[in-house]
Design a protein around this ligand. Sequence first.
Ligand code: NAG
Length: 346
Amino acid sequence: MITLGLLVIVAAASAVVVNDIKQLQAAKNSQLITLRNINVPAGVTLDLDKLKPGTVVEFAGQITFGYKEWEGPLIIVGGKNIKVVGKPGNLINCQGERWWDKQGGNGGKKKPKFFAARLTDSSIDGLNIKNIPAHGFSINSCKNLAISKINLNVAEGHTKGGHNTDGFDVGNSEKISIINSFIHNQDDCLAINSGTDIRFEGNTCIGGHGISIGSVGGRQNNVVQKVRVLRCKVSNSDNGIRIKTVKGATGAVKDITFDDIELKNIGKRGIVIQGNYLNKRPEGDPTGGVPITGLTINNVRGNVLKDGTNVYVWVANASNWKWSNIKLVGGQKVLPQKGIPQGVKW
Ligand SMILES: *[C@@H]1O[C@H](CO)[C@@H](O)[C@H](O)[C@H]1NC(C)=O
């Protein structure tokens, strides 16, 4: 009896290094899985789903993937009480340039999504990622997930045809934090289409479409509530901060704070709050079925390029907005405004 008990303890506490994907299934019994220098075959997901509670997964060395046109994801991590840790010098090199054709998810080559998180009471820290084929982190139906110190570098996408390289897409999730990360890409740095209690803090976003809530509406979950975007920098991007809700849809965007946001060289709109998003394009009058309420924007500063607009608001049914200390300069394009709650100015 005693011997048997000891054996069980030893097995459960084991650590294993994986450097071939064939070893992965067996490794899932370990408490510590170290992935080191793996070349994942084409069309195969690096499958870390259904991990045992308490598992630690380390990324070490370089992870690469074979080439195939497929939907992905390249990596999935799922479970409860899971720690994903990037060891110093780790690199997940997706070599997305093999898929890039300027069309992203809209056509051309079918591009695998990068990373699906299905995590509860878990953390992801310190991953270095290069050249995702298209969308980055898909955070869907996660609860209590802390993401930190992610370095997502898709800078080469600007010259080599990267498109729709979203950083973090958050849907239907609760208590998510993304902090102290760096994202250089060609689409939203963050896009939240539904979820509650989401913190995006201390992040740097370069080259993409800015920090977005939306589009909200037309999905199964159409409520975004309690979002805090704090101490972030957005540069060389289409937009700085953005909320977009879908025309004709129902839902809610409420209790949202953007505070201490530095913008630099924004091409289109510094702040854009838009209630008439449809088919990827704004379309006439906003309808008000996704009211934007409790929107605090404080201390947003920086410059918009001269063909852009510093602040653009085109909404219906909005209320309880508190805007202060907005110092955006440079944008000379004047756009019509609609639905600004009383007392809000910049
Ligand atoms: C405005 O929002 C409220 C909820 O705050 C909702 O009951 C109402 O139907 C909305 N109005 C329109 C025109 O959609």
